[in-house]
Design a binder for this molecule. Structure first.
Ligand SMILES: [Zn+2]
Ligand SMILES: [Zn+2]
Length: 266
């Protein structure tokens, strides 16, 4: 399995495995590299970068920033970011505070419906950002729901009883944050976002690529976004969006990754 998995989550956000475990697993399965792209945090990057030193493995410092446009969730991947950028840290800290406020609101709503979740248990599920995925996992664990999808449809999704509007960042701001931190902004899973109309505008804002290959994309999506990326002359990437069990099922050729990291055309 060659190539670089350009979309991997660790326990710093809502992944199940930590960076060290994932790096070892990736190396064992013959991957040439991997991008750690946690939701709105770079906490896993410094230890991961230190860990791969001296190993023949390309660790791409990355992030996946959540933003919203017309009620559509748009995730912006930032590749090759400087994880020590103080501007980046400031912005992420602000987001984190807003997320914590949201989490408290969700838990309060759940309580109104007699769903009691232990905050300590919740905090123990992720080292950094606690999000809806953690709440959902705990609700299944504690027997409130049978599946994650049930949690989202009945409780945490837009139509759910404990839905709380999430703190919104505009895609423009997300792209700018990535660029300010020295990275290349790539739109994650455009097939899920369903915001094609907005892509030309984002390219104007500095969007540097589309994640054309993602587990939730069908062949049609892949062909469609490949064409779009070619039309705008931006990068085409792919990754597994691994939160636990699908590391390396989708990869990007290492040449493309190197070009992105040098921010030049392929
Ligand atoms: Zn995403
Ligand atoms: Zn993701």
């Amino acid at each position: 399995m060659a190539g670089v998995d350009m979309h991997v989550h660790t326990t710093a956000s809502d992944g199940i495995f930590d960076a060290f475990y994932l790096i070892n697993l990736a190396m064992e399965s013959g991957l040439e590299g991997m991008a750690i792209s946690d939701h709105d945090t770079v906490a896993a990057l410094a230890p991961a970068i230190a860990y791969v030193k001296g190993k023949n493995f390309l660790l791409v410092p990355a992030i996946e920033i959540s933003s919203e446009w017309q009620e559509r969730e748009i995730h912006i991947l930032g590749y090759g970011i400087d994880h020590q950028s103080s501007y980046l840290h400031e912005q992420l800290q602000k987001l984190q505070q807003e997320r914590e406020i949201r989490l408290a609101k969700i838990l309060a709503k759940l309580k109104e419906y007699k769903v009691f979740l232990d905050e300590k248990k919740l905090k123990a599920m992720g080292k950094g950002v606690i999000g809806r995925a953690h709440i959902a996992r705990l609700m299944v664990q504690e027997g409130y729901c049978r599946s994650m999808s049930e949690v989202f449809s009945d409780w945490l999704g837009r139509e759910g009883r404990a839905y709380v509007v999430r703190p919104k960042l505009s895609p423009e701001k997300a792209i700018a944050v990535v660029q300010q931190a020295g990275g290349v902004a790539v739109m994650a899973h455009p097939g899920i976002a369903k915001a094609d109309r907005y892509i030309p505008k984002m390219v104007e804002m500095g969007l540097g690529g589309l994640e054309i290959n993602h587990p939730n994309h069908n062949l049609e999506d892949i062909v469609h976004y490949e064409k779009l990326a070619d039309k705008y002359g931006i990068y085409k990437t792919g990754g597994s969006d691994c939160h636990g069990d699908r590391l390396g099922i989708i990869t990007t050729p290492i040449e493309t990754v190197k070009a992105i990291l040098q921010n030049k055309n392929v």
